[in-house]
Design a protein around this ligand. Sequence first.
Ligand code: SF4
Length: 229
Amino acid sequence: MKIAYVQKTSFIDYPGKISAIVFTQGCNFRCPYCHNPELVIPERYCGTIRVEDVFSFLDKRRGKLDAVVITGGEPTLQAKLIPFMQRIKAMGYALKLDSNGSRPQFLREALDKGLLDYIAMDIKAPWDKYSLVAGSLVNITHIKDSIDLVRKSGILHEFRTTLAGSLLEPDDVLSIGRMIEGASLYVLQKFVPSKHVDKDYTMKKTLPDEVIKRLVTDLHALVSRCITR
Ligand code: SF4
């Protein structure tokens, strides 16, 4: 496990629960708007922490935290993620996984083993723009399989898309809605300039508020609930 750091407390990353967030190092995508370049670009990595230190922290926080969120980077690339999750679950924590959906075989195993309580999957773009927006060659079949698994998982889940105005048009977002039709929750994340994988993205904007508002209304015809964040 390559763990870059742990955020000790979050009130927003696991809906309705107080969580700690584990950030894994490494990603197979290169979304230009990604705001965690230190977890994605090897030259910008800033070291790792010991797995045992993570468990010792989680042990001390029992009774104060409800849940652990594993995010990245792309956590499912970590070779020992299943035993890592098993240990967290054995400590009594609820577990949420954030994933880009590129490894459906991992999601299937984690779901079969009952390790997940919540899954959040990024949907980067309509199929014809997926690799462009993800900044790498994406296996679309894998993404489709993951969408199917998540939608039928029977656990709490959300799909989410970052609205980088230069990459996605409003019609693209509606196309994504059709790709995940029937989902229980779709989250439109406003792009906020900060530090990014592509340094030029500090100058980019999200879609205008009135466009996002109209999208939320239109998307309610395709998914049970659509919100912005
Ligand atoms: S936003 Fe893209 S590049 Fe960044 S961690 Fe997620 S999948 Fe990887």
